[in-house]
Design a protein around this ligand. Structure first.
Ligand code: HEM
Ligand SMILES: *[C@@H]1O[C@H](CO)[C@@H](O)[C@H](O)[C@H]1NC(C)=O
Ligand SMILES: *[C@@H]1O[C@H](CO)[C@@H](O)[C@H](O)[C@H]1NC(C)=O
Ligand SMILES: *[C@@H]1O[C@H](CO)[C@@H](O)[C@H](O)[C@H]1NC(C)=O
Ligand SMILES: *[C@@H]1O[C@H](CO)[C@@H](O)[C@H](O)[C@H]1NC(C)=O
Ligand SMILES: *[C@@H]1O[C@H](CO)[C@@H](O)[C@H](O)[C@H]1NC(C)=O
Ligand SMILES: *[C@@H]1O[C@H](CO)[C@@H](O)[C@H](O)[C@H]1NC(C)=O
Ligand SMILES: *[C@@H]1O[C@H](CO)[C@@H](O)[C@H](O)[C@H]1NC(C)=O
Ligand SMILES: *[C@@H]1O[C@H](CO)[C@@H](O)[C@H](O)[C@H]1NC(C)=O
Ligand SMILES: *[C@@H]1O[C@H](CO)[C@@H](O)[C@H](O)[C@H]1NC(C)=O
Ligand SMILES: *[C@@H]1O[C@H](CO)[C@@H](O)[C@H](O)[C@H]1NC(C)=O
Length: 339
């Protein structure tokens, strides 16, 4: 791995020494799947050639995984008789995407090192690689997560932040995972790439919080642009860039946009417009100093990726969409089919 990886590993070890309950380690697959990093990167690079949005979609999957029962691949499970998928939770349904690319990464990994790499780790690695390939920072991803055998749709509906939520609610949804205000601001910087559907900000354009007028914090010329993309009774699924200046590049422009009232979602603009001086200082710093943004972003991504699985029934899934068949159901199956 690269030399920057070594430096971050050293930082990681220091932070482990200071305080951590984490058993994750960037070298977790060094002997069992030494090529894991290249294999994941190969599939994502390929996908990017036809879908410039895919990196953004993949980091979002990691975020939505970690905020529900910890980083345990639970978002990847399909519905079954006993599983109510997180995929169909409100924040994810017809919105979260990239599942097919995760499946394709998983098949490549099963070819190279069967039964070794967890789906939760695939999401964490895919997030880092996506950021790096979009021009953002790279870091050593702590690895060794296990996959859940359950999903939690209620958890996805309750824990994931919504685009119209106020700063107080956003802060508390992050602090529920011990993520600080600084983490909230830095991680929101992931909205420097990717898209949003009109449904997630249309009230800001016509009738903000039922006031009958547009969101007063929205930049006037940006308001006009957005009204053309999202007409009042138009198709709510139409997409627009979260960062209109450099839509597919991972850079500091998300924060520069906030300074000129060009945050797309209410949850974005509130970081700058809610008169919270701690947050405004961070936005100004990240906007003027991309290095500072990248450094804090790495730390916050590692913190988020360290949210431990809450369940105790864990495994390394062979197919990210479904739990492994356990030995008891296997023998039941044999019994039934031979009778
Ligand atoms: C702070 C609270 C957050 C809220 C309220 C929020 C909300 C949203 C919404 C509503 C969308 C558009 C979804 C759609 O229209 O289908 C979106 C997209 C996205 N979010 Fe967030 N998000 C938040 C934090 C984060 C974090 C922490 C990350 C990652 C570290 C992230 C990464 C992304 C990315 C990359 C996209 C674009 C995905 C794509 O194009 O497929 N978001 N977010
Ligand atoms: C998810 O979206 C699909 C397609 O729009 C819809 O049929 C389904 O009812 C939605 N699921 C839930 C739980 O709302
Ligand atoms: C994953 O599961 C294995 C086997 O049960 C266990 O030894 C390991 O500590 C677990 N890893 C984490 C990060 O919890
Ligand atoms: C699902 O997530 C909610 C958090 O909203 C939590 O209270 C609940 O215990 C979780 N359920 C399971 C079965 O993990
Ligand atoms: C933020 O939203 C919550 C939930 O809707 C609400 O109870 C609270 O009063 C709001 N806080 C502010 C400062 O607007
Ligand atoms: C947050 O920190 C507290 C105190 O250190 C700890 O008890 C709790 O398990 C942590 N929560 C998460 C989700 O890491
Ligand atoms: C704005 O929304 C509120 C409540 O949702 C509604 O009562 C009002 O009629 C709407 N105003 C306009 C101008 O559409
Ligand atoms: C709405 O827009 C989406 C995204 O561009 C498109 O896939 C869909 O076909 C459109 N629906 C209608 C009814 O035009
Ligand atoms: C609106 O955006 C333009 C272009 O970025 C900028 O020059 C102007 O200062 C912004 N207006 C406000 C009120 O932020
Ligand atoms: C923030 O401060 C400005 C200027 O004092 C004021 O106009 C605005 O209403 C305040 N915004 C909020 C959300 O309190
Ligand atoms: C930008 O941030 C980096 C990292 O925190 C710091 O070393 C550097 O001095 C800052 N640059 C300026 C011009 O403030």
């Amino acid at each position: 791995m690269s030399s920057s990886c070594f430096i971050i590993t050293a930082l990681f070890l220091v932070s482990m020494f200071m305080k951590s309950n984490s058993q994750l380690d960037p070298r977790f697959y060094d002997s069992t799947c030494p090529n894991v990093f290249n294999i994941v990167q190969q599939v994502i690079s390929q996908a990017l050639q036809t879908d410039p949005r895919i990196g953004a979609s993949l980091i979002r999957l990691h975020f939505h995984d970690c905020f529900v029962n910890g980083c345990d691949g639970s978002i990847l499970l399909d519905n079954t008789d006993t599983i109510q998928s997180e995929k169909e939770a409100l924040p994810n349904n017809n919105s979260a995407r990239g599942y097919d690319v995760v499946d394709s990464i998983k098949s490549s990994l099963e070819n190279a090192c069967p039964g070794v790499v967890s789906c939760a780790d695939i999401l964490a690695l895919a997030a880092e690689i996506s950021v790096k390939l979009a021009g953002g920072p790279s870091w050593c991803v702590p690895l060794g997560r296990n996959d859940s055998r359950t999903a939690n749709r209620t958890g996805a509906n309750n824990n994931l932040p919504g685009p119209s939520e106020n700063l107080t609610t956003l802060k508390s949804k992050f602090s529920a995972f011990n993520l600080s205000t600084t983490d909230l601001v830095a991680l929101s910087g992931a909205h420097t790439f990717g898209r949003s559907q009109c449904r997630n900000f249309i009230d800001r354009l016509y009738n903000f919080s039922g006031t009958g007028i547009p969101d007063p914090t929205l930049n006037q010329s940006y308001l006009e642009t957005l009204r053309q993309i999202c007409p009042q009774n138009g198709n709510q699924s139409v997409l627009t860039n979260l960062d209109p200046t450099t839509p597919d590049v991972f850079d500091r422009n998300y924060f520069s946009n906030l300074q000129v009232n060009r945050g797309l979602l209410q949850s974005d603009q509130e970081l700058f417009s809610s008169n919270d001086t701690e947050i405004i200082d961070l936005v100004n710093k990240f906007s003027s100093n991309q290095t500072a943004f990248f450094e804090i972003f790495i730390q916050s991504m590692i913190k988020m990726g360290n949210i431990p699985a809450t369940g105790s029934d864990l495994e390394i899934r062979l197919d990210c969409k479904k739990v492994n068949r356990d030995s008891s159901s296997e023998s039941n199956y044999v019994l039934v089919s031979s009778s």
